[in-house]
Design a protein around this ligand. Structure first.
Ligand SMILES: *Cc1c(COP(=O)(O)O)cnc(C)c1O
Length: 379
């Protein structure tokens, strides 16, 4: 343990320093090995130090590191095309993080609709900037930072009546996660998805889906909304997109092309050549049908193993490789700590839920190893 007195204390860091990684495995400063079922919080799509990503980054680093967005970019064009392929979405812009992607999505929705009232949901998480913090449905994120940006109204998740009660033509957008990642691995119900789409259609409300955690095959399909009846106008991406290299993106339908005209929005680093090179290598790999089928297979295998081996009081939730174990009481933190002692890295999702986010490349034997550790702790 080091006394990190020069750094702010805003993370409540664990006293472990990870110094080396390969695939799902990581090692700390004492050479203790762990299975990383956090993936840096859903970031390392292909695990640690994947040879393909190393190659993509090395190659680009010898060619061009940075160029201003004032110049055309064939590489950004090509990646944007891959991201919108096989969807109803048609345009992309790149940024550097999830909060930035959501910030841009909110700006885009406000400017396009001419309305500024946005509906979000309890237990949601959308980021730490002023707009995304206001959008987030968790009080602990906002404490001490007021006055907050208007106007966001947070209503209960999966509550059709609550949504119908607030929806009208003054609402600019509804913003949601298909599976709330930070808030407890809570999935949108089919009924709620239908109601959202109905009120959006009825009152011309824009639908923003935050796919920062659920996107890029984390839930088994390129985007989680593709497993629902939802048809978002705008989606935001980050985390898994760069496989460990910082990058975010906003995708929107053709209707929005003119809303962000020259000078309306931008960022110096967004879509930096290094980030685009790595993200392109990630997408080329994870959007392959065979790869997605394998993620779904591992998910089914993992879920079944947990259901069979853990005591019945634990509920397995989530989709793809965004899974959770709902403990039914606020004890997730102590289990996460015990797992770490036993060589398995996990994160919480709210006080009750242990989140399981292995790299999408996780093997069955690694899943078996994790299940054995979890069984030992939870039984
Ligand atoms: C992590 C996360 C964000 C914020 O992303 P940052 O890159 O940390 O700014 C936003 N929305 C969701 C759903 C997230 O999981």
């Amino acid at each position: 343990m080091i006394g990190m007195t020069v750094l702010f204390n805003n993370y409540g860091r664990r006293p472990v320093q990870l110094v080396k990684g390969k695939g799902t495995e990581v090692w700390d400063q004492h050479n203790k090995r762990y299975l990383d079922f956090t993936s840096g919080i859903a970031v390392l799509s292909l695990g640690h130090c994947h040879p393909m990503l190393i190659e993509a980054l090395q190659k680009q680093s010898e060619q061009l590191w940075h160029v201003s967005n004032l110049f055309e970019s064939a590489e950004q064009e090509a990646l944007a095309k891959k991201l919108v392929a096989n969807t109803h979405l048609s345009h992309a812009l790149f940024c550097n993080s999830g909060a930035e992607a959501n910030e841009a999505a909110i700006k885009l929705a406000r400017k396009h609709s001419g309305r500024h009232h946005v509906i979000t949901f309890e237990k949601s998480f959308h980021g730490r900037t002023y707009a995304t913090m206001a959008a987030t449905g968790q009080d602990k994120v906002k404490e001490g930072f007021g006055p907050l940006l208007g106007k966001f109204t947070t209503i209960p998740f999966n509550d059709c009546e609550a949504l119908k009660a607030v929806a009208d033509e003054s609402i600019g957008a509804i913003m949601l996660e298909v599976i709330q990642g930070e808030g407890g691995v809570n999935a949108v119900t089919p009924e709620f998805a239908n109601t959202i789409q109905e009120v959006c259609d009825e009152y011309q409300i824009l639908l923003i889906i935050d796919e920062v955690q659920t996107g890029i095959v984390r839930t088994g399909t390129p985007y989680a909304f593709q497993q629902t009846t939802l048809k978002p106008d705008i989606i935001s991406l980050a985390k898994g997109l760069g496989g460990g290299f910082p990058i975010g993106a906003v995708l929107a339908t053709a209707a929005f092309y003119d809303t962000f005209g020259p000078g309306s929005h931008g960022t110096t680093f967004g879509g930096n050549p290094l980030a685009i090179a790595v993200a392109t290598a990630v997408i080329d790999h994870v959007f392959k049908p065979a790869f997605m089928a394998q993620v779904q297979q591992q998910s089914t295998y993992f879920k079944q193993a947990l259901q069979q081996q853990l005591p019945e009081r634990y509920q397995v939730v989530g989709q793809g490789l965004l899974l959770g174990i709902d403990c039914g009481e606020p004890i997730a933190a102590s289990y996460v700590k015990k797992a770490e002692e036993n060589g398995l890295l996990l994160v919480q999702a709210g006080p009750n839920v242990i989140r399981l986010l292995p790299p999408l490349t996780v093997s069955q034997s690694e899943i078996n190893e994790a299940v054995t550790i979890l069984k030992g702790i939870l039984t």
